[in-house]
Every structure is written in C-alpha cells, then in structure tokens.
Design a protein around this ligand. Structure first.
Ligand code: GLN
Length: 479
C-alpha cells in the first residue's frame, strides 16, 4: 500500500485511520520503509524499535473497538534521552552504551495511553549539549533538506526524522533551543512549551530549571494536537503545572488579546544587531514582518535591555546544573563501568572513557562556577540576572501579545564549520531567552535563503500563552 507520507499530517492521518483508508500498521510499515531507504545517509534514527509493529497492531485494535483517542495509531520518534521502559536509551553518549530504561517517562506513559506508536529513538548531541549533533557518540545527523549541512541540535535526529518523512511527529527536549533551532534548520515546526507544562519525569536531566519536552511537527495545527495531549500535570515532577486551567486564564488576562486574539507583536530591534547574524536571515526577517503586517498584526519595536545577557546567563547556569546532573553517571548505577584500583579511581576511569569532550568541558565549567570561591561571582550573579530578565520580559508582555525574532542567526551550516565552542554557543542567541524566563516559544518555517536552505521565525508568548503562538503560527504558515 502506498501512502503519500510527504503530504501527510497528524490531522490527515487521523482522518485516514478513522475512515479505514489505511491502518496504523500500514502507516508504520510505510514509515519503516522510508527510514530504511534514507537513514543510512541522514542518521536520524539510532534504532527502530522491535515492537513498533506490535504497538501498531494494538492501536488498530483500539480503533476497531471504537476506543480511538487523539494520537491512536500515529507513528512518532523519540529523542534518545527519553525513557521508554524495556528499550534502550543512551543520550547519544558512550557512558550509557547498552543501557535499557527501567521505567516510562511521563510523556511515554501518556503516549501509551493514547495508543500512539513509538517507532524508534533518534540521534542527538551527547546529553543534549550542542547545536549540530556533532557531539553525539554516533556521528552527525544530516539535514534532509540539504545533506551537506547539519540538521541542527541537540534534537537533530528528531527534527530530521520528521523532515525526511520518517515519522509523523517526534519529541525533543529544549534547554536552550534544542527543539527550535533544529526545527528551523530542517524547515519544520518546533515548539518549546512553557516550563513545567509537560512533565520532565523520565527525561534525562541536562539543566533541570531550563529543560522542557516538546514536539516537532510539519504544521502548527499538529504541534497544538501533540501539546494538548502531553501537557498533563504530574506528581513525579515537582515543577509540573496543570496547564489546562491556566491557558484561558492568561489569555483573558492579556490586555491586548480580546478573546485570545493577538493584535500587537513586538520586535526587540537592538537584540537583532548583534555580531554574527546572517544578512539573508535579517532580510528575510523583514519580509516576514511585512507578511505579519499584511495579516493585520500591529508590529512595534520594543526594548528588552538585559536580554542580550541571556546567553551569558545561560552558559553559567546550564553548566552548573549539568555538572550536578551528570554526576550520577559514575559507572556504578548506569551503563558503562570501567574497573579501577579503588571506587574513586573507577569513577574517574569511567567518566574519562564515557563522556565526550563537550560534556567534560561543561562539567568542568559548572564545577568551577559552583565552587566555594566563585559561587557568588558567577552562579549567584547569573541567578539574579535571570530574575531581572524575566521581570523585563513580563513587563514587555504587558504591552505586546507576542515577541518575534528569527529562530536562528543563520541557516544550517556544514559539519565542522564552527571551529570554537563559543561560535557554536552563538547559535542559541535568540532561543535561550525563552528558556531562562520559562516562556513558551515556537519556530515556524519562513521561506528559504538563496541556496535553498530553510529560514525561520520564532514567536515568544507570555507564560501559558501557547494558544497565542498557535493562533499566529497557523495564519503565518498558510499565507
Ligand atoms: N545548544 C544549546 C546547548 O548546547 C542548547 C541545548 C539544548 O537546548 N539542549 O546548550
């Protein structure tokens, strides 16, 4: 049976499954065939799960019994840092080689209840540290739009899986841009929800106060479908928030949003003037603003003076949290274990052999900023600045409904193009502010550059303002 995967969306697949045009098993077979033909070159998937077809049969039974839910029978891919009981999960790190998850992440529990079909796990930067999947222990993921370039990172495999028609949607995690940046590079939609709205239980922690799980989809409508299915409160995550009560409350409270309608969109002009921002990206951004004006939105310039320090704040707080979170990989509890002469020696040898260069760099940096003599100078200052930036952001949202910027400062680059870590870190300049303030943001395709590489647009909304993102996103993507 041949299914037009290229033009398929979750919405259309729901209709096809309901009408009996195809079964979930047909869908999964089609996707597996597609993956088998493309994955060798793209390297999006690390593994196709053996029970994918079984899951599809189970979904077909649910449909036959009239028990179908929103995501029943819909095939998806998960990032390699999400725990799916009985399946391997390794955060693309050698230190977790062969590790099998012992419980389900909350999102996996919810997907199972929905009867969604998890076909496999995808490549990523090691422990989600990077912007190109070049730090993965399993090689780089190529961009399906142009295989000479990277798919972005850290959730590059999840982005490429959707962009190469290897899944209807996928899940990634976003700590500083890891969903939005690869979505932008691959020409698809990536959502970073409000911090706390999707449980982090069963997501391998990178920066716990910044991490959030979110979907990659082909359309904004699909993004909304996945978000609504997964934004559930969870007692196992102490920062989890019950989204359903909050959405309407916030939208009604927004001074400019009548009945949830967006009117005014702010452009942080001075933030767009930084070094290293691509000329074509900026020109295209102006075109996108014209398109928004034509759609009836009022575009105004705004100032968020401290926002330019976001990247500096992020690269103090994130490594601090990384150094704490990664200390659990000691060769005793999970994965790789290298024997040493003593317990301490074994820790040392395991970490030396198991962690890649970038993970080590961040552990060192994090340990330094948290150390006795420097805690006040670095960590505490960054925490204070984080609060100040959040305050500024909240104030801005008193006057505008959304903030718009490009998602990435340049289109997808070639592997090896970023010669220093600092250059790579600059990829996150526009995405990091949403994580450090906890607000939701979405990346939407916004055309192509002169070489045919995808360009992108990012909208940020006030906390719990996802509906506003979807509303504008849907209008922007069709016209
Ligand atoms: N590229 C960023 C980093 O390396 C973001 C990572 C992420 O969001 N997981 O930290």
């Amino acid at each position: 049976m041949s299914i037009d995967l290229k033009n398929l969306t979750i919405k259309k697949a729901q209709d096809g499954l309901k009408s009996g045009e195809f079964t979930s098993l047909d869908l999964v077979e089609s996707y597996i065939k597609e993956i088998e033909s493309k994955n060798k070159e793209i390297n999006a998937y690390l593994e196709i799960f053996e029970d994918a077809r079984e899951q599809a049969k189970f979904a077909d039974e649910m449909i036959a019994k009239g028990e179908s839910k929103t995501l029943t029978g819909i095939p998806l891919a998960i990032k390699d840092n999400l725990l799916f009981k009985g399946h391997r999960a390794g955060a693309s790190s050698k230190i977790l080689e062969g590790y099998v998850a012992t419980y389900d992440a909350k999102v996996i529990e919810d997907l199972k209840k929905e009867g969604a079909v998890i076909i496999g796990r995808t490549n990523m930067d090691e422990f989600a540290m990077g912007s190109s999947t070049e730090t993965s222990a399993y090689g780089v993921t190529k961009n399906p739009v142009n295989t000479e370039t990277v798919a972005g990172g850290s959730s590059g495999g999840s982005a490429a899986a959707v962009a190469m028609d290897g899944a209807l949607f996928s899940l990634g995690s976003d700590t500083g841009g890891s969903i939005r940046q690869p979505a932008g590079f691959c020409g698809i939609v990536g959502l970073e929800p409000t911090y706390g709205t999707i449980s982090r239980s069963g997501l391998m922690a990178m920066g716990s106060s910044l991490d959030i799980i979110g979907p990659f989809t082909k359309t904004v409508e699909d993004s909304e479908i996945v978000f609504e299915a997964l934004a559930n409160e969870d007692v196992k995550d102490s920062t989890s928030i019950l989204m359903k009560d909050r959405i309407c409350q916030k939208i009604e409270a927004s001074p400019n949003a009548e009945g949830g309608r967006v009117k005014k969109i702010g452009v942080p002009r001075s933030f767009l003037k930084g070094d290293g921002i691509n000329k074509e990206t900026l020109e295209n951004f102006e075109k996108s603003l014209d398109k928004l004006r034509a759609l009836g939105y009022e575009i105004v310039d705004i100032e968020i003076p401290l926002v330019e320090y976001s990247l500096a704040v992020y690269y103090v707080l994130m490594p601090a949290e990384v150094s704490t979170n990664l200390s659990r990989f000691d060769g005793i509890r999970f994965g790789l274990s290298v024997a040493g002469e003593s317990v301490a020696d074994s820790y040392k040898k395991t970490k030396e052999a198991g962690f890649g260069k970038e993970a080590k760099r961040r552990i060192l940096l994090g340990t330094y900023v948290l150390s006795h003599g420097y805690y006040d100078a670095y960590y505490n200052k960054a925490v204070k600045l984080r609060h100040k930036i959040t305050e500024e952001m909240n104030n801005v949202f008193e006057n505008v409904d959304l903030i718009v910027t490009p998602t990435t400062p340049s289109p997808a680059f070639k592997p090896g193009a970023k010669s220093s870590p600092l250059e790579m870190y600059l990829s996150d300049v526009f995405t990091v502010p949403a994580n450090i303030t906890g607000v939701p943001a979405i990346s939407i395709p916004a055309g192509f550059d002169s070489e045919g590489l995808p360009l992108d647009l990012q909208f940020m909304a006030p906390h719990f303002g996802e509906k506003l993102l979807f509303e504008v996103g849907k209008k922007f993507e069709v016209k």
